[in-house]
Design a protein around this ligand. Structure first.
Ligand code: SAM
Length: 263
């Protein structure tokens, strides 16, 4: 990697531990008729091993300087798209491919963790799972259970779409150059979510968590108090609880009950 100029702005910290690379790659089990999207292949540490699955593999890499590593990995099944994954229209792009299941995977820059996840969710592309490396504290937040202070808007939003599992903790020294934080690889397995008015569901979530120290009643004061009380009671909650005390099911229920009446 002597010739490579690492770019901080692209969050370039390349993995050097083979055991960790193997663990990430084996968190998925694609068959030849399936498809993998990799985000941010960098020098191709994961890409090289992902190719062994023998299925279609499309990787998005923003930095053309990585061509020196990635060019040799391209073939009729492996394609690198140089560009910003966040700007890509994946739904449109993947319509032209014929595959059974889609697996998404990436060791991404930490500052775009949430935008990347939202980009994938909002694209509505059908996928089996999303395996990503995130900052350790972010993984704790994503995996938090109700009544914990880490439990927040993203925790509930992710739980709505996925079953979340921790794959492995990764010490900062496993990267070159060494980043300032430790990481955790998590796997988000897509689940059949209960249908809701998704925009309204997100609005209720955002409003509930807007002031984390306020009670749920105060955060949702503009809605009908009796409906709010009835729904909360059904889930073992009360008006004086905080947003972090409500399980996903309560938010789903709230978004349905408050919406029905055009509140
Ligand atoms: N996958 C490699 C590894 O594990 O060693 C590299 C990981 S490095 C943390 C993140 C990679 O994502 C870099 O190669 C960076 O250039 C690329 N990247 C950053 N922002 C991106 C974006 N918006 N779209 C696509 N790739 C991006």
């Amino acid at each position: 990697m002597a010739k490579f100029k690492f770019k901080k702005k692209y969050g370039q910290n390349f993995l050097k531990n083979e055991t960790i690379i193997d663990k990430i790659v084996s968190s998925i089990d694609p068959l030849p008729q399936d498809m993998i999207i990799e985000i941010g292949p960098g020098s191709g540490a994961l890409t090289r091993k992902l190719k062994n699955y023998g299925c279609q593999l499309i990787a998005f890499e923003i930095d053309e300087d990585t061509k020196q590593y990635l060019l040799t990995l391209e073939d009729d099944k492996t394609k690198i798209i140089y560009g910003d994954f966040l700007e890509s229209d994946i739904t449109k792009l993947f319509k032209k491919y014929d595959y059974e299941r889609l697996f998404i995977l990436g060791n991404l820059p930490y500052y775009i963790t949430t935008p990347i996840i939202e980009h994938i969710i909002d694209s509505k592309i059908n996928h089996e799972s999303l395996t990503i490396m995130v900052q350790k504290e972010v993984a704790e937040r994503f995996l938090a259970k109700p009544h914990h202070k880490e439990y927040g808007y993203m925790t509930v939003l992710l739980e709505y779409h996925y079953d979340i599992e921790k794959i492995i903790d990764v010490d900062r020294n496993e990267f070159y150059p060494v980043p300032k934080v430790d990481s955790t690889v998590i796997k988000l397995r897509k689940k059949n979510s209960e249908p809701v008015d998704y925009e309204f569901f997100k609005t209720i979530l955002k409003e509930s968590f807007q002031f984390k120290r306020k009670t749920i009643y105060n955060n949702l004061k503009k809605y009908d108090k009796s409906i709010l009380e009835r729904v909360l009671e059904k889930h073992g909650n009360k008006l004086s609880d905080r947003a972090e005390d409500l399980p996903l099911e309560a938010y789903i229920d709230l978004s349905k009950s408050l919406n029905e009446l055009g509140n």
